[in-house]
Design a protein around this ligand. Structure first.
Ligand code: NAP
Length: 320
């Protein structure tokens, strides 16, 4: 089979498509024939070698994908050859034609959901779910600002929050992105490039402020998020690419919380529980992953450049 292999950390060009041996499942494992692979910003940080988690080389990136079960190891009971599935992490790296996965981190892909949409599930949707419901403890009737709603995590958060009965305000940096955020369920949409958007965001709550803010770029926004929180408001730091300056007094006066969130910290039980809820959302069509770009696996380098560019529009997937 073919797989992307990285033999040295560096720019997107270090990713090379190579012929590698076919995968064989051990006990409790399955091999998935991938039809689509999710590209996440974290793949680019790891490829560059700048991320706290440094994989040993040679390395095949990727945790997300969807396809059909090719073979199953002994003791596997939930799947058989040919079943449509999506994966939530794998042992072998997902930028490939096959991936080796533990059975417990593989989930059924409903017939109405495409492989590309399945590849958009794991990191984006589980991050949005864990940030909203496990960390922020968001409840129906609350108001959430999804700061950076046009990307993969943002669209997932908009759909999840709307389905749970929150009032949803989303932001995007392009017209196309804002149209998408509205179409996917935000009650209001703002431009995070406009200097006055924090005032507009506060005005949309009648001056009360936000119960929850999901922050995709904390280094830019955290200092200005705090003054637009409601009493007992919670900001969840989902994305951050530098340091931020804050006035901590804004947290005191509101009994507010700044909550970090990394999917790496989720226990296996938590991941499995989150995906059980996500599969239900796919089945009842409250969750509808949006695919912005499909790029051939051989052009993974182009996907890594695209995922770091402004003007996000849903998910970027690779097609093996
Ligand atoms: P993505 O699809 O590339 O989306 C990036 C989002 O950030 C877009 O909506 C983009 O909007 C928005 N953005 C750009 N400038 C912004 C600003 N000044 N203020 C607010 N938002 C801004 O990436 P993703 O997969 O959704 O991931 C989003 C971030 O979360 C990334 O930094 C990623 O590394 C991080 N993440 C963290 C975890 C975790 O476990 N903590 C998990 C997944 C992702 P426009 O392009 O429309 O301007």
């Amino acid at each position: 089979m073919k797989a992307i292999r990285i033999k040295e950390f560096g720019g997107p060009e270090v990713m090379k498509l190579e012929e590698v041996p076919d995968l064989k499942p051990g006990a409790g494992q399955v091999v998935v024939r991938l039809r689509a692979v999710g590209v996440n910003p974290v793949d680019t940080y790891m490829r560059a070698g700048t991320y706290p988690r440094k994989p040993s080389l040679p390395w095949t990136p990727g945790t997300d994908g969807a396809g059909t079960i090719e073979s199953v190891g002994s003791g596997v009971s939930r799947f058989k050859s040919g079943d449509r599935v999506y994966i939530a992490g794998c042992l072998s790296g997902a930028y490939a034609e096959q991936s080796l996965c533990e059975e417990r981190f593989v989930f059924p892909l409903p017939a109405n959901v495409s492989f590309a949409q399945g590849a958009a599930m794991h990191i984006p949707y589980s991050t949005a779910f864990r940030a909203l419901f496990h960390r922020a403890q968001a409840r129906g009737g609350e108001t959430v600002l999804i700061h950076g709603a046009s990307g993969a995590v943002g669209i997932a958060a908009v759909q999840l929050a709307r389905a749970a009965g929150l009032r949803v305000i989303g932001t995007a940096g392009s017209d196309r992105g804002r149209q998408l955020v509205t179409a996917e369920g935000a009650h209001e949409v703002l431009d995070h490039k406009a200097p006055g958007h924090f005032d507009e965001a506060l005005a949309l709550t009648g001056g009360r402020g936000y119960d929850v803010i999901l922050e995709m770029l904390a280094n830019v926004n955290l200092g200005r998020d705090l003054p637009i929180l409601a009493s007992k408001g919670r900001v969840v730091v989902v994305g951050n690419r530098g340091s931020a300056e804050i006035d901590a007094r804004h947290t005191m006066t509101r009994d507010a919380s700044i909550l970090g969130m990394s999917m790496w910290n989720a226990s296996p039980e938590e991941v499995i529980s989150i995906h059980s809820a996500l599969v239900a959302g796919l089945e009842n069509k409250t969750l509808r992953p949006v695919i912005g770009q499909e790029i051939p696996l051989a052009e993974a380098a182009r996907a890594h450049t695209a995922v770091m560019e402004a003007g996000a529009y849903g998910k970027i997937v690779l097609i093996p």
